[in-house]
Design a protein around this ligand. Structure first.
Ligand code: B3K
Ligand code: ZN
Length: 885
């Protein structure tokens, strides 16, 4: 197949103003009649054939302006029909109607794209190209149509019938056991935002009144019996609706907003207009089944999908190359929302951890791509951390560059000017260029150059001259297809910390390299490969605090002394950098330790680091923040820092040794912290209560490392008495890392207590898949045969197999290649059922080239075996080939 390229974009030759769908739901033979009001696009090619997309369709009837086409003997001069395409060779040169009847089998749809079944319900997923699995259509985001949808089903099977927009009629069909509902969505939308749901579900209802007085009926629909578990999602939805009005001036625009939770879903959720469909993982929660992290995710995903109503739906994307226009922006908006709902600094730390864990390795490996790609073979493979998370970072960076006011005005202008259209990144950026009165050409490189820039900084203090000099340089390694990079515009928020005195007032002059505006904001802009700034009037050698708040998505390399890092951990006014200093310190120790371990020696201890952590614990700082500070970089974080010739076993040994040393050094304060933070109030999912639980469990985790015996008994007690999932799973996690009969008993007890709740059993699967022991793969294989497991369900696959591949560094990368063979074997099998989930799983190999030689060879061989399979889906083939290129 040939890649689709951005530079080949052409406006569609035809437009479809109106779509009337009539869907008669049936488990194996659903009938879809689609009536399209088509007209030639004045911007298209006159007289072009009309080419509609299909994907495995069976057409039963086609009529053009009421005239039936003879499908048995199609005249190739009139029309061409295959399961994947319908071509009308010479359509009328004026508006006309096209009526198409297709028959589809939702029960046989294992790809979970188009119309499929989840449990006994019918649901759809159309983004990116699923609508063409329902009917022939111009299935591209720049064709916007007004939809009317009539749904019909057996009343007993599907009493609930939902589609986009407002419900305008419903009723029983006389003389039958069937009923119908008629939905109308007044807002023109692309086909990827179409949705329908039919089923027998339990519902909760609420209401929201918008700022201008529109009453919106809210509904969340879940499996019967789970209604109470949807209360938090409803609360999050109402808060999202209110927040978007104040933070972005955006109101909801229909009379109804529905959310449906299904248990079979490829992704997190989908923002279909007025009818969001969710993976039930991001809807259902109760204190005894969901962790604090689950609650935070639910809040974020509910907000994210709701925010798409403006950024994605009212203004959509011209083509899929512009995906970050809606995704990066909407992630930025949901990050802002969560920051306002919770602790902004703690949230920032969590977001940056996630960015580094997911996006940085992508950007450093064979799957690196631009935030706006310029070619794709399979668009489903581009719903990546780069599009989403880096896409959000760039918008945050833009806000830092132009300031809050110009940013907000630019957003307002964007909403005003592009409402109702399918826009591009250029359209978006032009709004900010206008409100900030600034040329943003260089800024747009962030969309068009892949790779994570490296910023290197050298510092020198001159006591006699009372100057402090910072020399910045930036570079960016080649990425696939991009050998040479232009310099980015990189805002570096910074401060100079004088021990005991806080931040110095920044002084320099233009001739010293910094402008007044930069100094007063504390943000220096790098626009060239090098820049020198000489700060003046500096009485003693300061400690630079660089890239505060992670002001740009870059890697920073500054050889801070250990004592500087300790100063920052205790004294930096920027809490992100207090956390960062602790991470940097830990990763330096760990990097040195890994070297020693590989050379056959012992790993390093460092009491000053333990001392710094002790001070953070003694400080009574925000518990959520303290929890982040005492949580060491993960094994994957360390592997990424090392960057080449990676030995996951040595990393594991070094990290465990450091945890043990800290656990011993801090024994007393860890115990005291654990005791002090015991639950004493009824459960609340709010950030403060969650932060206390996070710190208490982080303290337990380190304590156990230092004293496995006493720690295990603390964990066992916590496990038995826990009345929240957060505390229960944290304790089980500790126990699961200690081999023996108690572990098996605890795992067994957990299973019995939660049997039947698939989302909780997913935690049980994941936790076992991540046990860093040689038996882990056998355990995973055994669990695949467990009756609670199903390869057809994406959540189960991610929980058991995904967790092994992404969360068990030593065993996935086992030296005998068994982890690689296992995962690639699953990928090839699963590909026949669900290519999207299979392709996602294969991307666990994205850092294979950074491994030491033996593992690298094994990983490459495994990838080659996948690439050699003749029957691969485009999804898996694309990932396999790009990984090897
Ligand atoms: N827009 C959807 C993602 C659809 C994925 C299609 N393969 C969810 C979201 O980002 O909100
Ligand atoms: Zn999204």
């Amino acid at each position: 197949a040939e890649p689709v390229r951005l530079k080949d974009y052409r406006a569609p030759d035809y437009l479809i103003d109106k779509v009337d769908l009539d869907v008669k739901l049936h488990a194996t033979a659903t009938k879809v009649v689609s009536r399209l009001a088509v007209r030639p696009n004045p911007k298209g090619r006159p007289g072009a054939s009309l080419v509609l997309d299909g994907d495995g369709l069976v057409a039963k009837r086609i009529a053009l302006d009421g005239r039936e086409l003879d499908l048995q003997r199609l005249d190739p001069a009139t029309a061409l029909l295959t399961p994947d395409q319908l071509t009308i060779i010479a359509p009328p040169d004026r508006p006309f109607t096209l009526e198409i009847e297709t028959e589809i089998d939702p029960s046989a749809n294992t790809r979970l794209m188009g119309l499929y079944r989840s449990g006994s319900a019918y649901c759809t997923q159309c983004e990116a190209e699923g609508f063409r699995r329902i009917t022939y259509f111009l299935d591209r985001p720049d064709v916007l149509s007004v939809y009317t949808v009539r749904l019909e089903a057996e009343l007993a099977e599907a009493p609930l019938l939902l589609s986009n927009g407002n419900k305008i009629a419903e009723g029983k069909i006389e003389g039958t056991s069937r009923h119908f509902a008629l939905w109308s969505d007044p807002f023109p939308k692309p086909s990827y935002l179409f949705a329908l749901v039919g089923g027998d579900l339990g519902s909760i209802h609420d209401e929201f009144t918008t700022r201008s007085g529109r009453k919106v009926a809210l509904g969340i629909h879940v499996e019967h019996g789970k209604e109470a578990f949807a209360a938090y999602a409803m609360d999050a939805l109402k808060r999202s609706m209110a927040w978007d009005e104040t933070a972005f001036g955006r109101e909801y625009d229909l009379d109804i907003f529905n959310i449906v939770a299904v248990s079979d879903f490829n992704m997190g959720a989908m923002e279909n207009k007025g009818l969001n469909i969710f993976n039930d993982k991001y809807v259902l929660a109760s204190p005894s089944t969901a962790t604090d992290t689950d609650y935070a995710h639910i809040e974020a995903v509910i907000a994210h999908e709701y925010f798409h109503n403006w950024t994605g739906n009212r203004i959509t994307c011209r083509d899929w190359f512009q995906l970050c226009l809606k995704e990066g922006l909407t992630v930025f908006r949901d990050h802002e929302f969560s920051s306002d709902m919770r602790s902004r600094p703690v949230h920032r730390i969590a977001d940056v951890r996630a960015l580094r864990a997911q996006q940085f390795p992508e950007d450093a490996g064979p799957l690196a791509h631009n935030v706006r790609p310029d070619a794709y073979l399979e668009i489903n493979n581009f719903y990546t951390a780069t599009i989403y998370e880096k896409g959000a970072e760039i918008i945050r960076l833009l806000k830092v560059l132009i300031g809050d006011e110009a940013f907000r005005k630019g957003m307002d202008l964007y909403f005003d000017r592009y409402d109702g259209t399918a826009a591009t990144i250029e359209d978006f950026i032009s709004c900010f260029a206008e409100t900030a009165q600034r040329d943003l050409t260089q800024f747009s490189l962030w969309y068009n150059q892949a790779g994570t820039p490296l910023v290197e900084v050298a510092a020198a203090y001159d006591a006699a001259a009372r100057t402090f000099t910072l020399d910045f340089s930036q570079s960016c390694k080649p990425t696939p297809g991009q050998d040479v990079k232009e310099p980015f515009v990189i805002p570096i928020a910074l401060g100079l910390v004088a021990e005991g005195h806080g931040d110095l007032k920044l002084a320099a002059s233009d001739s010293d390299g910094a402008s007044v505006a930069e100094l007063s904001r504390g943000v220096i802009e790098l626009t060239t490969a090098q820049r020198r700034i000489v700060f003046t009037n500096v009485a003693s050698r300061p400690v630079p605090s660089l890239l505060r708040g992670f002001s740009a998505p870059v890697r920073l390399n500054y050889a801070a002394s250990e004592s500087d890092l300790l100063t920052l951990i205790s004294h930096d006014s920027d809490s992100f950098n207090r956390w960062q200093a602790a991470q940097t310190y830990a990763s330096r120790l760990l990097l040195r330790s890994v070297e020693l371990v590989r050379a056959g020696g012992v790993s390093i201890r460092d009491e000053s680091f333990s001392g710094a952590l002790r001070r953070v614990l003694e400080d009574n700082a925000d518990p959520a923040f303290a929890a982040q500070v005492i949580t060491l970089p993960s094994e994957a974080d360390i592997a990424r820092e090392i960057g080449q010739d990676v030995d996951p076993d040595a990393i594991h040994v070094a990290r465990e040794a450091l945890r043990k040393a800290i656990g011993r050094d801090l024994r007393e304060i860890l115990l005291a912290t654990y005791a002090r933070l015991a639950e004493n109030a009824p459960y609340s999912p709010d950030a403060a209560a969650a932060g206390r639980r996070a710190l208490r469990n982080a303290a337990l985790d380190l304590f156990v490392a230092g004293d496995p015996v006493e720690g295990a008994s603390l964990a066992a007690r916590q496990f038995e008495s826990a009345d929240t999932m957060t505390n229960e799973i944290a304790a089980l996690g500790v126990l699961a890392h200690t081999p023996g009969r108690e572990r098996d008993a605890a795992l067994e007890a957990f299973y019995r207590a939660h049997e039947g709740d698939a989302l909780v059993i997913d935690k049980w699967f994941a936790l076992q898949a991540m046990i860093p022991e040689a038996d882990a793969l056998n355990r995973v294989r055994r669990l695949m045969a467990h009756r609670a497991f199903s390869i057809a369900n994406p959540n189960r696959v991610r929980a058991l197999i995904g967790a092994f591949a992404a969360g068990n560094q030593t065993q996935f990368n086992a030296l005998d290649g068994s982890g690689y063979d296992f995962i690639t074997g699953i990928v090839v099998d699963l590909d026949r059922k669900n290519p999207q989930v299979a392709a996602r799983l294969l991307s666990a190999f994205k850092s294979w080239r950074t491994l030491e030689a033996k593992r690298r060879g094994l990983a490459e061989a495994a990838l080659r075996r996948v690439a050699g399979v003749g029957t691969l889906s485009p999804d898996v083939k694309d990932i396999a080939e790009r990984s090897l290129a």
